[in-house]
Design a protein around this ligand. Structure first.
Ligand SMILES: NC(=O)c1ccc[n+]([C@@H]2O[C@H](COP(=O)([O-])OP(=O)(O)OC[C@H]3O[C@@H](n4cnc5c(N)ncnc54)[C@H](O)[C@@H]3O)[C@@H](O)[C@H]2O)c1
Length: 448
């Protein structure tokens, strides 16, 4: 090659070693306190009542009764089939009821675990804390911004413990990412992106209704809460997520996990200042009124955040934290950090436009000034953490029951749950209003 034939490739090739990063993988171990099963004195046993023993509630019930010093005292559901299920999980003589007020009035019950559809969250939480019960309530905390405001006020007024069930908050992986981001290793945080996608009918909430469901074994009138009445419909009972009247869409179902995990990792506890969403019902045209694809751009203070949900393309839950010193990718099973120096690893290709003598002088000087640094930087290491078969739900529940026992704060209180849910409501409001929206703290409302 003659000196006149400089190309961009040549410039980059000179420092090819800079691209060869070493890699380390580390297995994350749970905190010793979480891993150990510590015996609990009989006087410290926590007795809970469960409200809603459906898909999620049945899992919470089974997990909770396996925790040391935690027992289920009663179960409530509006569908009698779930009384049978609760007794199968706990014991054949477990007291069961259709009226959750019975659990709230029971002096032998210390606290409540609630996994009812989103449109019932506010009433159950407000009634529980007003009756003096601590409560673990499923995510998204609220069905609307106004519901969330009322729930925060009721929690504060009562002084009861409220834990919201976005278990990413107790994730080992999110905890590690938080530590890494707080250390400054990302440099300037430029942008956060996250996505989650599924591609099968179950993932799109086309759940099969129970075969025997009828107004005889389900209190359909109460199930509907305070939304406009409709005739008994087993499909709505099983697939309430598809409908805005009861559910909060992919935002409340999936985005809330991405948001609460991101809040933990960034160490923030605030709603976005602005949101702008697009989406539509592009694949599951089954009568639903909530979008099956939904993308939202947020501002969290000065940090741009871009989240995408999709019910017709499978894409495992993933975040990318983009920083001036590297890229941190977080998934459900681990995280991976690839450092970036943010410095030139080769002479500027712009100097191909210099006349030869000037270019040669530039090259000589560049190498004199930079070769040693480039060789040093070439040895920078990427790092991965894997979490093994760690499950974040058990520690999240455990954190709640320990808080009830010791009167210590939970990891995800009503304020955190409210802030995470607000991001979901803003994504929905922006989608339906077809305009950017912001959160107005003074009037506590979402404004266009
Ligand atoms: N944290 C997670 O990963 C996760 C996963 C799934 C669901 N969830 C959340 O859990 C909640 C429940 O979802 P699901 O899929 O279990 O729903 P589901 O429809 O399977 O179960 C809800 C149950 O609540 C009962 N119910 C409704 N209103 C009631 C009332 N007023 N009193 C007593 N019982 C009542 C219903 O009869 C039903 O059995 C939702 O808020 C959902 O977002 C969280």
């Amino acid at each position: 090659m003659t000196p006149d034939n400089f190309s961009r490739r040549e410039f980059l090739g000179i420092s090819a070693a800079a691209g060869s990063l070493a890699a380390t993988t580390i297995l994350l171990a749970p905190e010793p306190l979480l891993a150990a099963r510590r015996p609990v004195a009989p006087s410290d046993r926590v007795r809970f009542g469960i409200i809603g023993v459906g898909m999620q509630g049945s899992g919470l019930l089974a997990d909770s009764i396996k925790l040391e010093g935690v027992e289920c005292a009663a179960a409530c559901d509006l569908y009698d089939g779930r009384h049978v299920l609760a007794r199968e999980i706990v014991r054949p003589d477990l007291p069961v009821t259709r009226r959750y007020q019975d659990l709230l009035a029971d002096k032998n019950i210390d606290c409540i675990v609630a996994a009812v559809p989103d449109h019932w969250h506010k009433q159950v939480v407000v009634d529980a804390v007003s009756a003096g019960k601590d409560i673990y309530c499923e995510k998204p905390m609220s069905h609307s911004a106004a519901d969330g405001v009322a729930m925060v006020a009721a929690a504060k007024k009562s002084g009861r413990i409220v834990q919201i069930g976005s278990q990413r908050v107790s994730s080992l992986i999110c905890g590690k990412a938080r530590e890494m981001i707080a250390s400054g290793m990302l440099g300037d945080l430029m942008l956060v992106e996250g996505w989650n996608g599924r591609n099968e009918p179950n993932g799109a909430w086309q759940y099969p209704p129970p075969f025997d469901l009828s107004p005889n074994n389900l209190d359909w009138d109460t199930w509907q809460g305070d939304v406009p009445r409709r005739a008994f419909d087993p499909v709505v009972f099983a697939r309430w997520r598809c409908f805005r009247e009861y559910g909060t869409g992919v935002a409340g179902d999936l985005l809330v996990h991405l948001i609460s995990g991101m809040m933990v990792m960034l160490g923030i506890n605030e709603p976005p200042t602005q949101a702008s969403a697009v989406g539509g019902i592009r694949h599951w045209k089954d009568g639903r009124n909530m979008p099956d694809v939904h993308a939202c751009l947020y501002s969290y203070g000065d940090v741009p955040v871009y989240m995408r949900l999709n019910l017709a393309t499978s894409m495992p839950e993933t975040y990318r934290f983009q920083g001036s010193k590297g890229l941190l990718e977080v998934t459900g099973s681990g995280l991976h950090f690839t450092p970036q120096t943010g410095t030139d690893s080769s002479p500027s290709y712009y100097t191909a436009s210099f006349p030869r003598a000037m270019r040669e002088e530039y090259m000589r000087k560049w190498h004199e000034d930079n070769d040693a640094r480039v060789a040093r930087e070439a040895t920078s290491e990427s790092i991965s953490y894997r979490s093994g078969d760690y499950d974040d739900l058990r520690p999240h529940l455990s954190n709640f029951f320990n808080a009830v026992r010791s009167r210590t704060p939970v990891v995800e209180d009503a304020v955190f749950g409210h802030n995470a849910a607000l991001a979901c409501h803003m994504a929905n409001e922006s989608y339906f209003r077809k305009t950017a929206v912001h959160w107005d703290e003074t009037s506590k409302g979402i404004r266009g």
